[in-house]
Design a protein around this ligand. Sequence first.
Ligand code: GLN
Length: 227
Amino acid sequence: MVAVIRIKKIYPYSLCRIVKVGVIGFQGDVTEHMEILYKLKDERKRDIEPVLVKSRRMLSEVSALVLPGGESTTIYKLIKEYDIYWDIIRRAKNGMPVMGTCAGLILISRNAKDERIRGMDLIDITIRRNAYGRQANSFYENIKVNPIGNIIAIFIRAPIIESVGDAEIMATYDNQPIMVRNQYVLGMTFHPELSGDTRIHDYFLSMVGREGYTSSGKREWYVSDIA
Ligand code: GLN
């Protein structure tokens, strides 16, 4: 007699694939972001693959995206020229986690208050560029970030977040928000990629979904348990 055994499908996290995390690679501190992500991969054994993104095809391969600090007008021009501006918006609105640092935050804001930059409106803030003055007025501060702890925040020709709508404030300096988050989007006016500290990027990874399956076998994205 042949016994028919029904096996209930259970797909645990261990079957989830490696998450490709992209860094927009046209200008700015691209290498520094890649280095931090490699550090998380190699030293902290995070299941990620850092990927440089310079085209629509490269963007289509990643599951999360970092927009680096640099010169927002230049990065803006290039993502338009390489035709990935609208793809970033479309992917992000569909739940792809995005992190923007300094110039990157300017680009993903609702309102960048600069006629040369149409903010992607991925996070509900109004932001003012170069609000602390020139390069020579750059500085760093010990800042408490909720829920990460104290970090050294490096500000280089940083913008100021003038108003915050539907977003959570994760850190402030001088009574002004400097780090904000909504469900899938994280941004800060400073440079976590320059201090060698991996905790903010690691926190971002905790927002990244992983491909998995529901018990009925349907493909889905889960928020990972990395952090
Ligand atoms: N001042 C730059 C801009 O407006 C941002 C500076 C930075 O990313 N360090 O684009």
